[in-house]
Design a binder for this molecule. Sequence first.
Ligand SMILES: CC(C)(COP(=O)(O)OP(=O)(O)OC[C@H]1O[C@@H](n2cnc3c(N)ncnc32)[C@H](O)[C@@H]1OP(=O)(O)O)[C@@H](O)C(=O)NCCC(=O)NCCS
Length: 191
Amino acid sequence: MKETSDESDGDRANVRLRFMAFTIRRASVDDARAIAVVHVESWRTTYSGIVPDAFIAGLSEEKSTETWKEQRTDGDGFLFVAEDQSGIFGFVSGGKLRAALEGYDGELYAIYLLRAHQRQGAGRLLVKALTEAMRGKGFMSMAVWVLAQNPAVSFYKRLGAIQIAKQTIEIGGVQLTELAFGWPTLDSGLN
Ligand SMILES: CC(C)(COP(=O)(O)OP(=O)(O)OC[C@H]1O[C@@H](n2cnc3c(N)ncnc32)[C@H](O)[C@@H]1OP(=O)(O)O)[C@@H](O)C(=O)NCCC(=O)NCCS
């Protein structure tokens, strides 16, 4: 909650309490376009200066929409969105671990929020929704890959994840270091 002063006549300030109300819910196929818009926009603000500009310029909301539609209709995996009165501003996706990491069975594939909505608690709640859903389906643990230069590293650490692996990947012709963080158990909830 933030307190904002929106009017002042000298002696008196009209104080308005602004509640940052938002909802976390499972995504439907109809949300694919809104998720793609968030994905592409958040990619641009997050990775500019890390990933080559040409690669970022080539991102397409249309292509991304198709990917998210498939993600939603193929039945596998989990997808949650965060929305407020202005619409969807963030999402998280996860499911079965894609590339083997010893001791891990689940993976957080992606979590992206529009910049204006970051650092207000939605990321933590999205991860919580994902881990609860995954635990409900029998997953024991969860890993996530993140570029070493991404400040999101601090977010995962804050949520109790530990570094478990490291690799070099190529994006747009540039070699980048990617780190895997993991939550070895999902049973006690996240920090
Ligand atoms: C990373 C991201 C999902 C985090 O979500 P968020 O809503 O901003 O984070 P929250 O407000 O829920 O923060 C939870 C905790 O992590 C901390 N944290 C979040 N981002 C942080 C950062 N960049 N640096 C340091 N700490 C951070 C918060 O301070 C908070 O700690 P607290 O409980 O002690 O206050 C969001 O910032 C984002 O979408 N970033 C851009 C996209 C991205 O990098 N995605 C990850 C790709 S691997």
